[in-house]
Design a protein around this ligand. Structure first.
Ligand SMILES: C[S@@+](CC[C@H](N)C(=O)[O-])C[C@H]1O[C@@H](n2cnc3c(N)ncnc32)[C@H](O)[C@@H]1O
Length: 256
């Protein structure tokens, strides 16, 4: 089913109709699952952030990501206290920020381009959530955060945009702090289809014309991401998409 939808999206994108059709598809997905689930964002907001209205998957991925990020921070020597601050870059409607807030004494911040998603976070979650701009800078002082994480955001960026945000996240992270970034890799069917170019270049974009939409997918190899993150970041570890538990690869980067 995913492959068929992917091919349909490719075809619509070639015709220049990708974004409009995708928005219609998202509305339909939400409409088909419109019943409210207590404590969770409405179906349309779940579709916007998670690509599906499925409440079980929303909760599961959020919890696994939050637990994995806390364990990775500990493993790499970032022990968070009440004086520390964490940033969720592109937080959506708090799929990860919601569960993570209860797992750390640190103060949680989230930013996103989308007013409605941030509105839901502000009304329902612990933390400080702001609407940010599509290009740097973020509204935070240099070196403010001990930990920055971002789920399914670098997955929808062109290369220059990704490079700009890697530098900006470095600016707001303190030296020695960590960034935990999810990315699409060569082990996913979409990435495998881009081989051997993906291995050779370390980054390839699919559905190039759909900038600003989740239809555009940027695939990295871990080496390709590490090269683009330098000199601000050093790659400490990476979990491939099939082993991460959240369906995307995770890069653990240390701020130089
Ligand atoms: C696929 S959703 C993932 C949301 C959330 N991280 C999650 O995993 O549930 C991508 C999110 O990134 C946000 N986003 C994309 N580019 C951004 C940017 N430059 N600055 C802030 N947010 C951005 C989008 O508005 C969207 O909410």
């Amino acid at each position: 089913m995913k492959i068929v939808l992917g091919r349909a999206a490719d075809a619509l994108n070639r015709l220049g109709l990708g974004d409009a059709a995708f928005r219609g598809f998202q509305r339909l997905q939400a409409w088909g699952a419109s019943s409210r689930v207590t404590g969770l964002p409405p179906a349309y907001l779940r579709v916007l952030t998670a690509g599906s209205p499925d409440p079980g998957a929303f909760v599961h991925v959020g919890q696994v990501a939050a637990r994995t990020f806390m364990a990775l921070a500990e493993t790499h020597g970032v022990r968070l206290s009440a004086e520390d601050e964490i940033l969720d870059f592109g937080c959506g409607c708090g799929r990860v920020a919601g569960p993570l807030a209860g797992m750390t004494p640190a103060a949680l911040h989230g930013c996103d381009l989308h007013q409605r998603l941030i509105g839901w976070c502000r009304a329902n979650l612990a933390g400080d959530f702001v609407v940010s701009r599509p290009t740097p800078p973020l509204p935070y002082a240099p070196g403010r955060f001990a930990l920055v994480y971002s789920v399914s955001v670098f997955t929808h960026m062109h290369e220059p945009q990704a490079a700009g945000w890697l530098a900006e996240l470095a600016r707001v992270t303190r030296p020695g702090g960590l960034a935990l970034l999810t990315f699409l890799d060569e082990r996913l069917p979409g990435g495998a289809a881009l081989e051997p170019r993906l291995s050779a270049e370390g980054f390839v974009v699919r559905r190039e014309g759909a900038e600003g939409s989740n239809l555009l997918c940027g695939y990295f190899t871990a080496d390709g991401l590490a090269r683009r993150a330098a000199p601000h970041w050093t790659l400490l570890e990476h979990r491939p998409s099939d082993l991460s538990g959240i369906g995307q690869a995770i890069a653990v980067l240390r701020r130089s």
